[in-house]
Design a protein around this ligand. Structure first.
Ligand code: SF4
Length: 306
């Protein structure tokens, strides 16, 4: 797509670490990534995107073995307790019919998986203020799970990774809903959330059972928000959103899910790297900008009132 970037957007891209390379007119951009010119490090060391790709796949049930294992051997994938642990409770019924306020309340009080026992706050998401309805947004950003800062703040993507995400959004004429700064031509046209609404202890990877328990909340958020495009940041976000549309998505590296438009509940989905990973993997920032350009080509930014 053709990008007509003004000085402010160029500054935002410099903050992202993306140095713009200007192609000759009319010639399509070659597959030569722009240079990277910034350095940063921090954030979610235990949940780096690179480690996701390198992570061995969780064992799947094996076909009937010739020799049966001992009857008492526990299934390796069965992480959820067989009996309800103290403090846990069934997930609220009727999530698929909940209005926005009820959905917020359900998440705030949810004790459907063990993460409720260690969280400080649930992290429902952030977007423009809306009285009793879902915010009117065209963009939905889906990350993986709250980290330490997010758990404390009760808000997704805060800290250094959050600042990088904010700069990525500004490059797309977007800003998070509770950002008080007034910027010309920039809209609070985005809702930001995670697959998991509670922090995994020590920023460990989300457990499949936890993702399954929490998935109905994200599904209902998408149904109520009706975004024009979803940006899935990180492997677990991509896997969660694409598990019904991409065969064996758990076996596909994140890099191979990029560069194409997927679908979730009929909404276009573009996959990219998690900002926490980009903070340590400078060479992939240019690829992330390519992903944002793809997303913008799917859903051109529509400026809505704050
Ligand atoms: S992670 Fe999701 S399912 Fe688990 S307690 Fe939090 S809101 Fe409930």
């Amino acid at each position: 797509m053709s990008l007509d970037l003004d000085k402010r957007q160029r500054a935002m891209l410099r903050e992202m670490g993306v140095r713009l390379w200007q192609p000759p007119p009319v010639v399509a951009s070659p597959d030569v990534p722009p240079a990277i010119d910034s350095v940063a490090a921090d954030a979610h060391p235990a949940r780096a995107e690179g480690s996701f790709d390198a992570e061995p796949q969780r064992p799947t049930p094996a076909p009937a073995p010739a020799v049966r294992p001992p009857a008492a051997a526990p299934a390796p994938a069965a992480r959820m307790p067989a009996a309800p642990a103290p403090g846990l409770a069934p997930r609220p019924a009727g999530i698929e019919l909940m209005a926005w306020p009820a959905l917020q309340a359900a998440v705030a009080g949810c004790r459907a998986c063990a993460l409720c026992t260690s969280r400080k706050n649930t992290v429902f998401g952030v977007g423009p203020a809306a009285a009793d309805a879902a915010p009117a947004v065209d963009w939905l950003i889906v990350g993986e799970a709250p980290g330490e800062n997010e758990d404390i703040a009760g808000e997704p993507f805060v800290g250094q990774a959050g600042r990088l995400l904010d700069n990525m959004l500004l490059a797309m004429h977007l800003q998070r809903g509770n950002d008080d700064a007034t910027r010309a031509g920039v809209a609070r046209n985005v809702f930001i959330t995670n697959v998991l609404k509670c922090r995994p202890p020590a920023n460990r990877n989300p457990d499949p059972a936890e993702v399954a328990q929490c998935a109905p909340y994200l599904k209902r958020q998408v149904e109520l928000l009706q975004p024009k495009v979803i940006l899935a940041l990180g492997k677990f976000a991509a896997q969660s959103l694409l598990q019904d549309s991409v065969p064996d998505v758990q076996k596909i590296p994140l890099g191979k899910l990029r560069g194409q438009v997927h679908s979730y509940l009929g909404v276009p989905v573009v996959v990219s790297y998690h900002p926490a990973y980009l903070l340590r993997s400078l060479g992939d920032k240019a690829k992330a900008w390519d992903d944002l350009c793809l997303a913008m080509s799917v859903a051109p930014t529509v400026v809505r009132s704050a």
